[in-house]
Each structure stands twice: as C-alpha cells, then as structure tokens.
Design a protein around this ligand. Structure first.
Ligand code: GZL
Length: 338
C-alpha cells in the first residue's frame, strides 16, 4: 500500500546527495548489476574483449566456396574479430571434430556451413550446453529442436532450382532431354535444387530428366560424370542442368571433347554466378546461371554479434538470388565481385 501523500515532496529528492543515500544507491546497483547485464544491450556494452569465433567450413570444392571463405575471413579482420578457421575437406566427421574443438577452446560463437543436412544434434547440443551460439551459413540442417542453432543465413535453393527450370523450359520451348548433375549427396542445396527444378519442369511434360548423378559440386567430378553420360546417352542429350557452376564448367569441357557445342547443341544452365560462369557465358558456352550469393561475411557477423549479446534472431534470413543469361553476361561481368 502506498502511504505517501500525493503532494508530499518525494523522499529521494531530499536524500539524493546525502552520503547515506549514495551508500544505498551503490548497494542497490551492486545487487541489480548482474540482472542488468543479462539484457542484450548491456551485455554487448560490457564486452571489452574482441570476439573469438570458430568457422567450420565445408572445404574448397568450388569457386563459390572460396568466395564464401574469403568473405567470412575478410569481414572478421575488418571487425577485429579473432577467427579460428577449419576446412573439413568435404567430410562431416571433420566438421564435427572442428566444432568440438571450438567448444573446447571456449570460443564466443561458431559459424557452421554444414556439409550435409542430418547428423548434427549431438554436437549442437554440446555447443548449447556450453552456451556457445551457432550461426548456420549457406546450408540448412534438419534437427528436432530448432533452438540448437541461433539462425540460418542462406539462399532459397528450391527457388533457385525452379528459376533454372523455368528458364530452361522457355529456352527449349518445353521440350527436350535433360541430364542433371547433382551436388554433394545429402547437402541441402543438392536436395532442394533438385526438388525446385523438378517442380519447375512439372508443367512442361515434354521436358525429361533422362539421367541424374552427383558430381559433388566439383569441376573435375562434373567432367567425369558428364563424360560417362555422353558415352551412354550421346546426342539424346539436349540440355545439362548442373547444381553449381563448377560442375557445369567441367561438363562443358566434356561436351567439347565429345565433339558437340555447349551453349548451342547442348544447352547448359547452372547455379552460383561465379566469375568463371560469366566468362563461359561470354564465350557462348554456358547459357544461364542463377546467382547464389556467397558474400555472407557481413550478415554472419551481424548475427554472431546479436546472438552473443543474447538477442533472439529470426530462424532464417533468405539471401535474394536472380537469373543471369548469356545475352547480358558481357555487360555484367565487370561488376561481379566473385
Ligand atoms: C550454396 C552452397 C553450394 C554452392 C556450391 O549455398 O552450399 O556449395 O552452390 C558450393 O558451389 O560448393
């Protein structure tokens, strides 16, 4: 119950400057401070040491991947963040080891570009127990508990596959045999780019995927797989849909070596939008690429800084993509950043 009369002077006004009041004030502050520091802004303000972040990268299988690594390394040094970097050479077990290592070293946050979608629960539970936020970049995962990661920053791979399909369908007037070069088995972009493409050609019954194999997102593997497909299907093949530019460039080499003309006799469409793809479009060999932006460093550290400060983040931030084709490649190649 408040017994104070409404027109009575406020007691704190009278006691503000007395030594007794100052003592009470500092005691109150000492008691409240730990509570105040749990507020995100106060925690961020209280941080004096620069952040230490561990980045568990997939590997260096493609030009896209190299651009992503450079973006995440470059942005760390711009922000004065100490970055511990691990290259898993395409193996999930190496990535899990790297994440465990980062936890043992007590990093402030972990950035993870997961090789595949599944198998992450145990190690992410360890990170959560250690109160280390994990920011997923470029590929999503499947977990039963979404609180195991702070946020995901990635493209919409289903939309990318659909854009590639719609472009190809227009180019071939809804009719033709396609071979598909898939990315790494079990990886989110391989699963979703396949799904999106299949959905995109569903309205054109004349378009058929006559073969679909993994080229592991690598140029050399894309070439080998394409050589085998050309041997088996020969001139039946009218188009190639590759889940990334590197595999498309490998396939283009195989098509040329088989004596056919990529870009005209065999239409080639892929995803990523790396410089090599633009060069290939300018040379008339690749027909179209759907951009997938790898310059994720700034967004990744914005998320890391917020997560470390205790802020709640959206489940996913979608990086926007668009289609580039041969006819405009020359005009846009100069402004490409990767
Ligand atoms: C996309 C990324 C894919 C790229 C490939 O976010 O995971 O992996 O398309 C890369 O080039 O290797």
């Amino acid at each position: 119950m408040n017994r104070m009369k409404s027109n009575a002077p406020h007691p704190t006004v009278r006691t503000t400057l007395t030594p007794g009041f100052l003592g009470t004030l500092s005691l109150t502050l000492a008691l409240l401070l730990p509570l105040m520091l749990t507020a995100p802004a106060a925690r961020a303000a209280a941080r004096t040491k620069p952040l230490t972040v561990g980045f568990a990268q997939v590997g260096a299988e493609s030009a896209w991947r190299t651009a992503e690594t450079e973006s995440i390394k470059g942005e760390a040094s711009k922000r004065g963040i100490t970055l511990k970097f691990s290259d898993a050479q395409g193996k999930q077990e190496n990535q899990i080891k790297a994440v465990r290592g980062f936890i043992a070293q007590g990093v402030d946050a972990i950035i993870l570009a997961p090789v595949v979608e599944t198998g992450w629960e145990p190690v992410l539970r360890d990170a959560k127990r250690a109160r280390i936020p994990v920011v997923l970049v470029d590929r999503g995962i499947k977990v039963s508990d979404d609180s195991l990661f702070a946020t995901l920053i990635a493209s919409d791979f289903i939309a990318e596959g659909r854009m590639a399909a719609e472009w190809l369908s227009r180019k071939l007037n809804g009719k033709g045999n396609i071979v598909e070069l898939q990315g790494t088995p079990g990886a989110a972009p391989a699963i979703d780019r396949k799904k999106g493409f299949e959905a995109g050609i569903a309205s054109a019954p004349g378009l058929k995927i006559i073969a679909s194999q993994s080229g592991d997102f690598r140029r050399a593997t894309g070439k080998e797989v394409m050589e085998a497909l050309l041997k088996k299907h020969g001139t039946e093949i009218q188009a190639v849909y590759a889940h990334n530019d590197d595999m498309a460039i490998g396939a283009i080499q195989a098509i040329e070596e088989s004596g056919r003309k990529p870009g005209s006799e065999v239409v080639v469409v892929s995803i990523d939008g790396v410089r090599g793809a633009f060069e290939s479009m300018v040379a008339g060999k690749l027909n179209c690429t759907v951009e997938c932006n790898p310059l994720l460093g700034p967004l990744a550290y914005d998320a890391v800084e917020k997560a470390v400060a205790g802020e709640k983040l959206p489940r996913k931030t979608v990086v926007p993509d668009r289609v580039y084709e041969q006819s405009t490649a020359r005009a846009s190649i100069g402004s490409r950043q990767y």
